[in-house]
Design a protein around this ligand. Structure first.
Ligand SMILES: NC(=O)CC(=O)C(=O)O
Length: 313
């Protein structure tokens, strides 16, 4: 009987170097996605904010209107570029994340009349495309990155962004289901736990940790989510740009269901490949059967009850 991961799959994490020129970033991402596909990858992942520099000052300028369907290629170039990359490479593409603009209170609506003007909300959003370039899922970063470490880093995504409100699980036809989170989401075990208990074989995180938190937490969190749930975990970072206001940690990595790191990048641009096999999930779960040993009479099952899980898009 096929397990959660229905057949072995090769994945690629593209630790992309990007800058301030959106068109150049999209072109470069396309080259790398095609390169990964020509090396046999069937699922390709891009980093958080791969089409822009990362920072609250950049989100409004780079944001595109994406949903329910993008207005035009001119207004949503990243959406169309990602769809074309997935189609031309023939891969499942987890398109990192990009700043998204949602116009609320449209002209003529009651909300608009009350407010007297159109308003907009911004999100940090990941788009997932299938092999024919069709949109499979969208995930808006649920946990906004608001931290203040004296002498380290202060970052307040919530000054500009609104959070997403759902757990995202996407079905890759022929392979099975994966969960999706963006960066800071990895610090919240519940998202990965819900996805795993709903049958995901892996959890994918486009992310951009930094040089303060990255050294201690990035790898630890990736391994923790893998071990907690006995699933594969993949985390894909941008390459470090020493001249940027936000210096990404890099170190894109894949952890297996035992928590072993199968591949990890350095700080520069690089593609990390890993071959994933569902038999590893079954072997781990047979040897350490935590999923049968849970004590839901002692604590609640977070995958039950008030879980927001909407069909995508
Ligand atoms: N950039 C993030 O969302 C998260 C991060 O850098 C951290 O948690 O540390």
């Amino acid at each position: 009987m096929a397990g959660l991961l229905k057949k072995p799959v090769k994945i690629a994490l593209v630790q992309l170097a990007s800058g301030s020129d959106k068109a150049a970033n999209l072109k470069h991402a396309r080259e790398k996605v095609l390169e990964a596909a020509s090396s046999g990858a069937e699922i390709v992942v891009l980093p958080e904010c791969f089409n822009s520099p990362y920072g609250t000052q950049y989100f409004p300028k780079y944001a595109e209107q994406l949903l329910p369907s993008p207005p035009s290629e001119e207004q949503a170039p990243s959406f169309y570029a990602l769809a074309a990359m997935a189609r031309d490479a023939g891969v499942f593409l987890i398109g990192g994340s990009i700043p998204e603009r949602e116009v609320v209170g449209k002209a003529g609506t009651e909300e608009k009349e009350k407010e007297g003007k159109e308003k907009e909300k911004l999100y940090n959003t990941s788009l997932v495309f299938g092999r024919k370039g069709e949109l499979l899922a969208t995930h808006r970063k649920v946990h906004l990155f608001d931290i203040d470490i004296p002498g380290g880093i202060t970052f307040m995504e919530s000054e500009v962004l609104s959070p997403g409100n759902k757990v995202t699980i996407v079905d890759f036809e022929g392979y099975g289901k994966v969960g999706l989170g963006i960066c800071y989401d990895v610090r919240f075990p519940e998202l990965a736990m819900v996805a795993a208990r709903k049958g995901a074989w892996g959890v994918f995180y486009p992310g951009a940790f930094n040089t303060t938190t990255g050294p201690l937490h990035w790898r630890l969190l990736g391994q923790s989510r893998a071990v907690d749930n006995q699933v594969y975990v993949a985390m894909c970072s941008p390459a470090r740009d020493e001249s940027a206001s936000y210096r990404a940690w890099g170190h894109s990595l894949v952890a297996d269901p035992m928590g072993k790191v199968l591949g990890e990048a350095g700080e520069g641009e690089e593609i990390i490949y890993a071959e994933l096999d569902g038999a590893e999930i079954e072997k781990t779960r047979k040897g350490i059967p935590v999923s049968e040993q849970r004590r839901f009479e002692v604590y609640p099952d977070v995958s039950k009850g008030a879980v927001k899980y909407e069909e995508d898009p």
